[in-house]
Design a protein around this ligand. Sequence first.
Ligand SMILES: *Cc1c(COP(=O)(O)O)cnc(C)c1O
Length: 377
Amino acid sequence: MTEQREELRDTQVIVDLDKIEENMKLISRMAGTEISVMAVIKANGYGHGAVSIAPTLMKCGVKYLAVATLTEALELREIFPSYPLFILGYTPDRLLHHVVEKNITQTVFSLEQAQLLGSLAKGLNKPARVHIKVDTGFHRLGKEPSAAYADEICKICAVEHVEVEGIFSHLALVNEEENEKQYQTFCNFIEVLEHRGCEFKYKHIADSIATVDYPRYRMNMVRPGALIYGMRGFHIGFLPVQQALTFRTAIAQLHTVPKGEGVSYDYLWKASRDSIVATLPFGYADGYPRNLRDKGYVIVNGIKAPIVGVICMDQCMADVTDVPNVAVGMEAIIYGNGQDGSMTIEEAAKLAGTNKNDIIARIPARPPRKYISKNRF
Ligand SMILES: *Cc1c(COP(=O)(O)O)cnc(C)c1O
């Protein structure tokens, strides 16, 4: 076997590392020198491959690489022994020793968590680093600002061997009025805490959309995820980030389907004319939304070929009757940048009735990733 793993399958996720780098530089430049960037690479870097894109982000000088779970942090820590890592989510008490052992910065929202981290840190003879989470309305993680939570945070700040490095919240992005309410709630609470002697090096509330749309919410740290991958969810501001991902495959087989015959499970699509139907070796187990049946399409030889019939777990079919010189092995673009007529992530999200992050983050490990870069190869 001499092929690279990525060449062992025709269905591949191509990640343009130069685009990731350009996007990251645009974000850093927009943030400026006073604002630190926490680059969010949870869910395997939104499907792009966290471990493989991390060096590009590190090169751009991001302060932190952030993930959602301990498992994601440990995977990165194996490869990057010293780069600052942050866990945005909850880590159960029984697993907190890992974050201290591996120098991972943890989100906390209770004195009990901080005390446990403190005693683990003491035992391991190294500090535990945390950011405190405040719930300003989202009701996901963190506690709501209150006198009791203020007392609790003051106690957390006094726990030995625990370094409270930051405080953060998350916007629900309901509308401008609600955003402002959340932001003000957060700022007022920080003011109360600082008056009582708490200090926070980093204060942050902005995800990708807030970072671009609301400059004042950048505080002194921003947490972009989607932007890094070129997803343009903003609608007030603008940043010319570009989609870094292309999803492609190649035709496995061609069928001549006479008018009136059905294709795939339940024959839910029937040929309205004598047709040529291509079998494509990707399915919903490759993260392609199953509900794109009769909506999705691929680009073959520059022509739009509609996905026809039920999308199977590993394969689906496309009507390639109108594709000139269609042949087995011909490339089919599943998601592209749109310039070749291909379906963009944005369009896939719209057609599937979901959001862009869902479309990219759901692409599992099965299709191999292929990394391209003009600078490196
Ligand atoms: C996922 C996540 C982000 C990044 O969100 P994007 O919309 O992709 O920018 C930021 N903060 C928290 C807490 C998150 O969970």
